[in-house]
Design a protein around this ligand. Structure first.
Ligand SMILES: [Zn+2]
Length: 244
């Protein structure tokens, strides 16, 4: 079994490990789609299978772990209601794959790595070719609008470039699995690309996104605020660039 971004709380990961044991499906490899805390966690019960990420993803998380106070830095961003239940001991212990790697090094079904720079450095979507499933990490969600990597030099361009990479997969994908939200079936890859592109283009062009995920009836009530924050950060960046 290949485990991708396995979970957040200790209990849910232990339950998953238990299910896999009962199914007789040992974990033979792990993969983190990108270097955000909720995608680089692990549980001892999964065993010590190799855990991978892209070279950039691994470099980014190693950079964080090299700070003596890394646990405190991560703790600042944790949802308070779960903070006590999130095990940090094995956080981020991943091996970077060579930059030219195009698939996961394991004996299971072929899994293609689609690396891009949207949302986080070294973010990778995984395409399980024979089952025509795209595991999208923090992209293509039905409930979350695009979160840009606001530390990057060109966050908007990076996001649009990633969506263009996904465009090319339209004939290869029947189901898309986002890191947050629900699985999308037939036609959902294209629909979600379109929705995310419209949102990012609205940010770029200074328009108001016509996007129910951040509108008055948003499924997550805190999301419109994050959208506003994202707008302000982008405006601030532009201002700083003008002043430089
Ligand atoms: Zn993320």
């Amino acid at each position: 079994m290949l485990l991708i971004d396995p979970g957040i709380t200790g209990d849910e990961m232990a339950a998953l490990a238990n299910d896999l044991r009962e199914l007789g499906q040992p974990v033979v490899a792990g993969f983190s789609t990108h270097p955000h805390w909720d995608h680089v966690l692990w549980h001892a019960d999964f065993g010590d299978a190799p855990r991978y990420g892209t070279a950039r993803c691994a470099a980014s998380i190693q950079d964080l772990l090299s700070n003596a106070d890394w646990k405190a830095r991560i703790a600042e961003g944790l949802p308070p209601e779960y903070a006590e239940e999130i095990p940090m001991d094995l956080l981020g212990l991943i091996t970077g794959l060579p930059a030219e790697a195009t698939q996961i090094p394991w004996d299971g079904p072929k899994v293609r790595i689609i690396e891009h720079q949207a949302h986080a450095p070294g973010h990778a979507a995984l395409l399980i070719e024979e089952s025509r499933v795209l595991v999208a990490g923090d992209m293509l969600s039905d409930i979350l609008m695009p979160f840009l990597d606001l530390e990057a030099a060109n966050p908007i361009e990076d996001y649009l470039a990633a969506l263009r990479l996904f465009d090319r997969l339209a004939d290869d994908v029947d189901a898309v699995i986002p890191g947050h939200g629900s699985v999308g079936g037939t036609g959902q890859l294209q629909a979600r690309i379109k929705q995310d592109r419209a949102y990012v283009q609205a940010l770029r062009d200074g328009g108001v996104p016509d996007d129910s995920r951040v509108g008055p009836s948003a499924p997550l009530e805190w999301l419109p605020e994050v959208h506003q924050w994202q707008l302000q950060r982008l405006a601030q960046r532009e201002l700083n660039e003008t002043l430089e």
